[in-house]
Design a protein around this ligand. Structure first.
Ligand SMILES: [Zn+2]
Length: 229
């Protein structure tokens, strides 16, 4: 097991992005804010447990006191969902980092360059656009996850891909190669409507038309998923 601090970065819920630099020529641990990233210089060969102790007792409290003004947005409309492909989203000068799930809410930290005024209309506008981007991403993940769950319950194994679209005119589609596309608008539909749409497209995997055989299969799927079809 490696017990010596190595360079790299990590996310801390309170601090946001933290970067560790291992320095050959420094004698003690020091830290400074560069934009919205806390940079920590650590002498080469520093044991991890010693670093942990100093980080918690000294570096973090100091850094929090000196932290540049951030615009933290925790949006109550974002639902609990497990996004394992964590990533940053950027819009203009504003950046959002996926932090984790707290109190059943997907939490992003919105980072604004410290030189910018977070109350300026242009910055507010960027933050709004960014939050909407995040919401869309979360909604897409939800719609796709639910469709995969229904496919699993119906034992359908010939699906290649399920994707969410930004369509406002088409609920769903299915192509001959096993790709199902579902409108993001489904996320705000009642459960019944979502199941009807998803199973409709699944039935098209077998019948590409709207023949009686297609409708019979669709009804069979509905009976398996809905309590009162
Ligand atoms: Zn159809």
């Amino acid at each position: 097991m490696n017990t010596i601090v190595s360079g790299g970065d990590f996310l801390d819920y309170d601090l946001g992005q933290v970067k560790i630099y291992v320095r050959h020529n420094s004698k003690h641990i020091s830290s400074s804010w560069k934009d919205n990233t806390l940079c920590i210089n650590v002498p080469k060969g520093t044991p991890r447990d010693l670093f942990q102790k100093i980080f918690v007792e000294q570096i973090k409290p100091d850094a929090l006191a000196m932290k540049p003004k951030n615009a933290d947005v925790i949006d109550s409309e974002l639902l609990h969902i497990d996004i394992t492909t964590s990533s940053s989203v950027k819009y203009g000068e504003v950046q959002a980092d996926y932090i984790g799930i707290f109190d059943n809410k997907v939490t992003y930290k919105i980072l604004v360059n410290q030189k910018m005024n977070i109350n300026a209309p242009t910055v507010r506008q960027s933050i709004t656009v960014l939050v909407n981007k995040i919401k869309r991403r979360v909604v897409h993940v939800m719609v796709v996850a639910e469709a995969w769950d229904i496919a699993r319950r119906l034992n359908i194994s010939i699906i290649r891909e399920i994707k969410a679209t930004t369509s406002y005119t088409r609920w769903g589609s299915c192509n001959g190669r096993g790709v199902i596309a579902l409108s993001h608008l489904l996320a705000t539909c009642p459960y019944r409507k979502r199941v009807e749409t998803i199973t409709h497209e699944f039935a098209h995997l077998t019948y590409m038309d709207h023949s009686p055989a297609f409708h019979a299969l669709h009804q069979q799927y509905l009976r398996q998923i809905l309590p009162n079809p």
